[in-house]
Design a binder for this molecule. Structure first.
Ligand code: MIC
Ligand code: SF4
Length: 645
């Protein structure tokens, strides 16, 4: 039997376990990336491992999230990260150099390698034929220390692409279409592997748009083959030496095949407030638009901004629309400034943002009350933009630019195909890595800079045999990590757990944090109850660390998403699942509960019994934990388990 690309790479990297779908395996990680919002914790954890130099082939620390610098905190964190990078052998991409995923694709990603990143959109590099996975910062710290990364050997779904996209339709529409099929839940421990003739019609940045937003389906990662197009992209980036061909065998097996005819894809949009809420743009034509934001790691490549700039040439944006454009990397920024495209964008009336996450993470550009904001980004959760009443619609660059010009949604397919701007792939990309600082040759001479915002990562205590406590909050389905740990203005407290913990569930129930503290301070455990797909979205381990700090000992849900579940385990919080989902109705906020004999039942692989003392009834709970994970939870988290620090 032939092999698919995913298993070819996994086979080359497996160091523990048996490579069979559903089994836990440990793999060697070749490259890591961190960004500043998750990076400070990751490096504090790395420091506590007392390792002199990273053991990966390549590790890069990016500054791209917290670049607003209102107050000293962000700038201090940047200095901390720079000094750690220089000391421990990590490349450091300075603020302004671009969004981690875009820069990594351009300058570092390499076919056939593994990449672990402390950001959920790390699969962007899957467009280059890598196994690129998002994880919590602690997992990345362990990988930097040379430890394996553990995952469930995935089921591989093939997305068989045929045909060619029509003019005015682009890669974003493809991934939105796939989201309309797969939705944002039920795809845990799967990989989307692209193949078929249609692959050859897509450039590497277009493939990366697709693998980037594959994250919203909840899969482990997405991957494209590495072919002549990959080779050409790498050549033009001055990196042809890292290219290797990577294809699935003709007889490769997949758990499922989804056929997508690119020529039949229509312009798509994800409606508020979920990326999976997808319809065709045609269905909302004429809807008035207040704000247009172009950028983010999904759609800020040279190709995307060239289309935008060409469409804006000699035109002015609609008087009711505020348009902001953030090029994904300094490379893109510099190239559009030299070829006149930036002039078109400026002259049309756009506001030019720095090459960073910015509006996508709610740092700046919050829309007006009840505004319709049209964005090229990947997450349109309620309030993520910074305005709770605003509605975020996610579309392709083509759809955004037409909305900016007309002040309303326009179906790009209503445009003449002759009017679609022809984009020539450049002969060469302009690469200048001077904003990427190499590690120091004299690490002993580097002193780590620590501002007052940096605090030690807190630890959990080993789990006790019985958990006695209260349900601190009961939430519904699809609770994202943005709900649990909001970003935006609070993002600057990422290195200060005590302060950041005050924001847990802020948009859902602003009293949660003080209520949880009160329960914790009485010596009781806090528990969270949730519906389906708890912890969707970002990889931020703060959605586990801060609840842990508030005394949360277990999350009880109908289902929990992959990265978040792993983060809970890493910080010693039990991820528990209702055996019978209807039991969700039998437990409420404020209920007094007790869970007995946890350790013994886990040792015997028995289901766990929760007694709801308030309602005088028992509820059966299960857990999907490997033996290794059980030990981690018992110890109170990965730091205790590995006896780090
Ligand atoms: C996001 O898009 O939500 C983020 C901000 O990039 C997060 C990481 C974080 O919360 O720091 C992610 O995607 O993992
Ligand atoms: Fe940054 Fe947005 Fe991409 Fe997250 S999704 S890495 S916030 S650009």
């Amino acid at each position: 039997m032939g092999k698919n690309i995913t298993y070819k790479i996994l086979e080359e990297h497996i160091v523990q376990g048996v490579l069979r779908p559903g089994e836990e395996i440990g793999i060697k990680i070749d490259q890591t990336l961190t960004q500043d919002a998750t990076g400070t914790m990751a490096y504090l954890q790395f420091e506590s491992m007392a390792i002199l130099r990273v053991k990966t082939e390549l590790s890069v620390s990016y500054i791209d999230h917290n670049t607003l610098q209102q107050g000293f905190e962000n700038a201090d964190d940047h200095k901390y990260l720079q000094s750690v990078a220089e000391k421990y052998g990590i490349y450091f991409s300075r603020a302004g150099n671009g969004i981690c995923h875009q820069v990594h694709l351009e300058r570092f990603s390499a076919p056939g390698k593994t990449l672990l990143g402390s950001d959920s959109h790390t699969p962007t590099s899957g467009g280059m034929g890598m196994i690129a996975i998002g994880a919590g910062g602690l997992d990345v710290a362990v990988a930097m220390g040379g430890g394996p990364f553990y995952l469930i050997a995935p089921e591989v779904i093939k997305i068989e692409l045929t045909g060619k996209l029509r003019k005015w339709v682009s890669a974003k529409d493809v991934i939105l279409y796939i989201l309309s099929i797969l939705s944002t839940k039920g795809n845990v421990n799967k990989v989307l592997e692209y193949g078929g003739e249609g692959v050859k019609t897509l450039s590497v940045p277009e493939r990366a748009t697709i693998t980037n937003m594959g994250a919203e389906t909840g899969v482990t990662t997405s991957i494209f083959p590495s072919d002549e197009i990959t080779k050409d992209f790498l050549f033009k980036q001055g990196r042809a030496n890292v290219w290797k061909s990577l294809e699935a065998d003709k007889t490769a097996e997949y758990s499922k095949v989804i056929h997508v005819d690119l020529s039949s894809i229509l312009p798509m949009v994800s409606l508020p407030h979920s990326p999976g809420n997808v319809v065709t743009v045609k269905e909302i034509v004429g809807k008035k638009v207040d704000q247009v934001e172009i950028g983010s790691c999904t759609n800020s490549s040279l190709r995307d901004l060239m289309i935008v700039g060409k469409c804006l040439e000699g035109k002015k944006i609609h008087s009711n629309v505020s348009l902001a454009v953030a090029p994904g990397s300094r490379q893109v920024f510099s190239m559009i400034s030299r070829n006149g495209i930036l002039t078109n964008i400026i002259d049309a009336g756009a506001r030019i943002m720095e090459s960073a996450c910015g509006f996508c993470i709610g740092l700046g550009q919050a829309p007006s009350t009840k505004a319709v904001s049209v964005r090229t980004s990947n997450r349109n959760f309620e309030a993520r933009s910074g305005t709770k009443t605003a509605e975020d619609y996610q579309v392709s660059p083509e759809t955004t630019v037409l909305a900016a010009l007309r002040g309303e949604f326009v179906d790009p397919l209503s445009m003449a195909s002759a009017d679609f701007p022809e984009i020539l792939v450049p002969e060469n990309f302009l690469f200048d890595d001077s904003m990427i600082i190499s590690p120091s040759g004299k690490p002993k001479e580097i002193d780590i800079f620590r501002g007052p915002n940096i605090g030690e990562p807190p630890r959990n205590t080993p789990i006790s045999a019985n958990i006695q406590g209260k349900i601190g909050i009961k939430v519904g389905d699809k609770i994202t990590t943005d709900h649990i740990m909001p970003a935006g203005g609070a993002l600057k407290y990422r290195s200060n757990i005590k302060k950041y913990s005050e924001f847990v569930f802020e948009g859902v129930d602003p009293k949660f944090s003080s209520r949880a503290c009160a329960i914790r301070d009485k010596g009781e455990a806090v528990l969270i109850v949730s519906g389906e797909s708890y912890g969707q979205g970002s990889s931020r381990e703060h959605a586990a660390i801060c609840p842990m700090y508030l005394g949360v000992k277990a999350v009880i849900a109908k289902s929990i998403e992959r990265i978040h579940s792993a983060n809970l385990v890493n910080f010693g919080i039990l991820p528990l699942i209702f055996v019978s989902p209807s039991d969700y109705e039998k437990i409420d906020e404020g209920d007094d509960i007790i869970i007995t004999d946890i350790l013994e039942r886990m040792n015997k692989n028995l289901e766990i019994i929760l007694t709801n003392k308030t309602k005088s009834l028992d509820i059966l709970l299960k857990y999907f934990l490997s033996d290794r994970q059980k030990e981690i939870v018992k110890c109170g988290g990965l730091l205790n388990y590995t006896k780090i620090g």
